[in-house]
Design a binder for this molecule. Structure first.
Ligand SMILES: [Mg+2]
Length: 446
């Protein structure tokens, strides 16, 4: 893997001539899962095909995924659920609470399937992956991409779209077009367009990857309304007004790649686990239960990445209308960096006691581990007095049991049993790919 990385071209920013970058080109293909969370729900419930479906954010707050039928009803992204509740009831829209355990596992399956098609890929988000299709030109890029679309659908049930282009920014635009136009069957190769300039003229600057609402306003105030106009603009002029980020976007629109494929995740600096509560938490023991639960989840992530933490922060946020200031936090430096859940919970509970106050209506809490070091390189202390070897074995056994029997099969009593503070997710579908007791059941009808 490392040799592939060293050979990658350096970002060609700063207006070098096109010929300098064309020699070692990457062919970017952006794979984007269509309406991903809704599609995951449909895989295990075919009754949802062809009907409007939406998925809600944590605590059932806002709409975060919509089927095409729900979009056609005019339900917008990120609107609070209560604002569209009437419409949803009238149109019999199926509503689901977010099931991130399921979506994470389905994402892993999609990525695993994509790995069959090219060794070079960047996982950009839970439902987006950039591939390098350089070297597959002979197969015909569009045909090859359609093969990818068909295989992912067949193996995972998830529909995807692919946009192919010489730069990431154009691949994003190509992907949007692939989604909008059914005749393309989920794939668009920007380089094969007979009229790329004309196509750019139909795209508003606000639709371009990396241009947010304020960038859009500024560009429009200068008369640059379309992607085509931005492409034609003087790159030095844009550099002065919008900085290197603006210039990069312009060059990428011209087909000059400035954003390389990033195949290796940069090392973690911290691990965070935080959640909103389903109701205001007012008792210390409830806050401590939540903090113990979040600590134990974050510690699992630490061990997955073979890291130990030197610093631990506990924070909580009070309800907006309570009288106290809103965020409260406390940090402790551990004598020896650790990845052991019981030890971390002990420290976290002490910090939780410090930030708790009577009459505080807490709506959210979280734990952050920082000062991360590889577990093999942890500096011990001669006065430590702890048997770290056996603590490590205990954690290994815990993780193995939970991997086999499902996450949370073995838990710490400090995290409580009932967890009545847990966030609302009253409409969550079964976590049928990761929990034995939530498997799909097949019934024969006599
Ligand atoms: Mg998507």
């Amino acid at each position: 893997m490392s040799s592939i990385l060293c050979d990658r071209e350096k970002p060609a920013c700063g207006g070098q001539p096109v010929s300098d970058v064309a020699s070692n080109k990457t062919i970017f293909a952006l794979v984007d899962c269509n309406n991903f969370y809704v599609s995951c729900e449909r895989v295990f419930n075919p009754n949802l095909e062809g009907v409007p479906v939406v998925v809600l954010s944590n605590n059932d707050g806002c709409i975060i995924s919509r089927s095409n039928e729900a979009k056609a009803l005019g339900i917008k992204m990120a609107v609070p659920f209560f604002e569209v509740r009437d419409l949803i009831e009238q149109a019999n829209v199926r509503v689901y609470s977010a099931n991130f355990t399921l979506y994470g596992d389905m994402s892993r399956r999609v990525i695993h399937t994509l790995a069959q098609f090219t060794p070079e890929r960047e996982i950009y988000s839970i439902d987006e992956v950039f591939l390098n299709l350089s070297g597959f030109e002979r197969a015909g890029l569009s045909d090859y991409a359609r093969q990818i679309v068909a295989t992912v659908k067949k193996w995972t049930g998830i529909p995807i779209s692919i946009g192919i282009a010489p730069t990431k920014t154009l691949a994003k635009l190509a992907n949007k077009q692939a989604k909008k136009r059914p005749e393309l069957k989920g794939v668009m190769d920007w380089s094969a367009l007979p009229d790329p300039e004309e196509r750019l003229a139909q795209i508003e600057v606000g639709e371009i990857w990396g241009i947010g609402p304020s960038g859009e306003r500024r560009l429009k105030s200068w008369g640059i309304e379309t992607a085509h106009k931005l492409r034609q603009a003087d790159d030095q002029w844009i550099l002065k007004r919008m900085g290197i980020v603006g210039q990069r976007i312009l060059l990428e629109l011209r087909g000059i790649s400035c954003l390389p494929l990033e195949m290796v995740r940069s090392p973690r600096k911290s691990v965070l686990c935080s959640r909103s509560f389903g109701r205001a938490v007012e008792k210390l023991n409830e806050l401590k239960e939540a903090v113990a639960e979040f600590t134990s989840q974050a510690a699992e992530t630490l061990r997955e990445d073979r890291l130990s933490a030197k610093h631990l922060t506990v924070f909580c946020i009070t309800r907006p209308h309570s009288e106290q200031a809103r965020t409260h936090s406390s940090t402790v430096e551990l004598p020896v960096a650790t990845d052991s859940t019981p030890e971390l919970i002990r420290y976290a509970l002490r910090e939780a006691e410090k930030i708790f106050f009577a009459d505080g209506r807490f709506k959210k809490a979280g734990v952050v581990f920082s000062g991360l070091v590889p577990t093999e390189e942890v500096q011990t202390d001669i006065f430590d007095g702890k048997n770290r070897g056996s603590a490590g074995k205990l954690m290994q056994a815990l993780d193995e049991v939970n991997a086999r029997l499902g996450s949370g099969a073995l838990r710490f009593a400090a995290a409580g049993l009932l967890q009545s503070w847990r966030m609302k997710s009253s409409r969550r579908s079964p976590r049928c790919t990761t929990r034995w007791n939530e498997l799909l059941e097949a019934k024969t009808i006599a």
